[in-house]
Ligand binder design. Structure first.
Ligand SMILES: Cc1cc2nc3c(=O)[nH]c(=O)nc-3n(C[C@H](O)[C@H](O)[C@H](O)COP(=O)(O)O)c2cc1C
Length: 173
C-alpha cells in the first residue's frame, strides 16, 4: 500500500494541492495511492494521541499508516524547516509498526526561493532515525504559488519534468 502524506494541517494549503497532483500523476503510472491530509488529524491530537493515549479517530489513521509500505511526503517550508504538525503526527504514530524499514520519497516546497531544502534535510534525518529507506531523488519546488494552473496542475516545463522523473522513480522504488 502507498500513502501520500500532505504534510500540513493548514486549510486550503498548497501542500494538499500538490499532493492531489502527485496522486493523479501516480495513477497514470498505474500506481494507486491513499491520500492522507494532516488536516484530518484529530484537532486535540496533542492531548488525545501522544504518550500512550489513543483516540478512536486516530486509530483509523494509524491503521492506514501501519498498512503502508511506501510513503510520499509532501512537505511545505515553515520557519526554515518542516511543519510542527508533521512531527507531532510522526510522534503520535507507533514504533516500529508505522515507519520502521519502510520506504519514503520526499517533496519540499515553499512560497520563498529555497523550496524547503533545509526542511527536507531535517525530515530526512527523522526518516533515517526511523530506519526508513529514503529515495535519493528529492524534489524542491520554490515559489509554489506560481506553479499551478487553474485546474491545480503543475504546468512549468522544468517542474513537470523533474516531478515526473521523481514519480517514475517512486513507482519502481
Ligand atoms: C507557519 C508558516 C511558516 C512559514 N515559513 C516559511 C519559510 O520559512 N519560508 C518560506 O519560503 N515560506 C514560508 N511559509 C510559506 C509557505 O511556504 C507557504 O504557505 C507555501 O504555500 C506552502 O505552505 P502551504 O502548504 O501551507 O500552503 C510559511 C507559512 C506558514 C503558515
Amino acid at each position: 500500500m502507498i500513502t501520500i502524506i500532505s504534510g500540513t494541517n493548514r486549510p486550503n494549503s498548497n501542500t494538499l494541492k500538490l499532493a492531489r497532483y502527485y496522486q493523479k500523476q501516480l495513477s497514470k503510472w498505474g500506481v494507486e495511492s491513499t491520500l492522507l491530509s494532516l488536516e484530518t488529524l484529530p484537532p486535540n491530537l496533542l492531548v488525545s494521541d501522544l504518550y500512550g493515549a489513543r483516540s478512536d479517530e486516530f486509530k483509523e489513521i494509524l491503521n492506514i499508516i501501519n498498512a503502508t509500505e511506501k510513503f510520499l511526503f509532501i512537505i511545505p517550508e515553515y520557519n526554515g524547516s518542516y511543519p510542527g504538525a508533521l512531527k507531532v503526527f510522526i510522534d503520535a504514530c507507533e514504533f516500529p509498526a508505522s515507519f520502521y524499514h519502510k520506504k519514503a520519497a520526499l517533496v519540499g516546497h515553499s512560497s520563498g526561493k529555497y523550496g524547503n531544502i533545509r526542511g527536507v534535510d531535517h525530515f530526512t534525518g527523522v526518516c533515517h532515525y526511523m530506519q526508513m529507506h529514503v529515495m535519493p531523488l528529492k524534489i524542491h519546488i520554490p515559489y509554489i504559488r506560481q506553479e499551478f494552473d487553474e485546474n491545480g496542475n503543475l504546468f512549468k516545463e522544468d517542474t513537470v519534468k523533474f516531478t515526473q522523473m521523481q514519480i517514475e522513480a517512486f513507482a519502481s522504488f
